[in-house]
Write a protein that binds this ligand. Structure first.
Ligand SMILES: CC(C)(COP(=O)(O)OP(=O)(O)OC[C@H]1O[C@@H](n2cnc3c(N)ncnc32)[C@H](O)[C@@H]1OP(=O)(O)O)[C@@H](O)C(=O)NCCC(=O)NCCS
Length: 173
């Protein structure tokens, strides 16, 4: 992997997010394009890398529950790929989810998206089986979360454990 390391990653606040639309148009077609644009406006956190004043890479992040982070979308402008920007945004996402106390992180990818699956695998993600033990029981099964991830036919779910399950939170009452 080549490229310039340590390009700054910044938050795109809601009123700045339209600036990431060109990357989405460059990266997705059809229903994904529509959904990525919608998610861009609605995601809790949108992180971006800029080059020459334009957004060239973007991630959309959400905590689905306190223990589980979700990388909704990750996209890099076509002319900037294979330079480590996707990895930088994914590392940033993992850092933020870990700091927020998440125990697992998920991402969905089309089953034939070699680049995306390769990127997530390079950071330790693995395929999550539909019937596997849930993330609160030590596995990566995403019981109760899949509908919020909006996984569609032809997509696979990838997951990574960040920390062991800490058990139910104690009530302070
Ligand atoms: C997936 C995507 C974000 C990767 O971004 P990127 O900046 O090119 O990725 P990186 O340069 O950081 O690559 C990191 C690793 O991912 C894997 N990878 C990336 N692109 C790949 C490709 N075309 N083929 C195979 N593996 C690939 C490799 O393991 C790579 O490490 P390496 O370069 O040392 O071999 C980019 O291809 C993209 O925007 N695709 C369109 C949108 C999309 O499908 N997003 C993912 C689903 S939300």
């Amino acid at each position: 992997m080549s490229g310039e390391p340590n390009r700054p990653i910044t938050d795109l606040l809601p009123d700045q997010r339209e600036r990431a639309v060109p990357v989405i148009l460059d990266s997705f077609v059809g229903i994904y394009r529509w959904h990525a644009k919608r998610t861009l406006r609605m995601a809790t956190e949108v992180r971006a890398i800029e080059h020459d004043g334009r957004v060239v890479a973007v991630s959309m992040l959400e905590l689905l529950v306190p223990e589980a982070g979700y990388v909704y979308y990750l996209a890099v402008a076509r002319d900037q790929r294979r330079e480590g920007l996707g990895s930088a945004l994914l590392d940033d996402a993992l850092h933020r989810f870990r700091s927020a106390g998440a125990e697992v992180v998920y991402a969905a990818a089309e089953e034939d998206n070699v680049a995306s699956i390769g990127l997530f695998r390079s950071r330790g993600f693995r395929l999550v089986e539909r019937k596997e033990v849930g993330f609160r029981e030590g596995g990566l099964g995403a019981w109760g979360l899949r509908s919020r991830m909006r996984i569609v036919h032809g997509e696979v779910l990838l997951g990574l454990r960040l920390a062991p399950h800490r058990g139910p939170r104690q009530s302070s009452l």
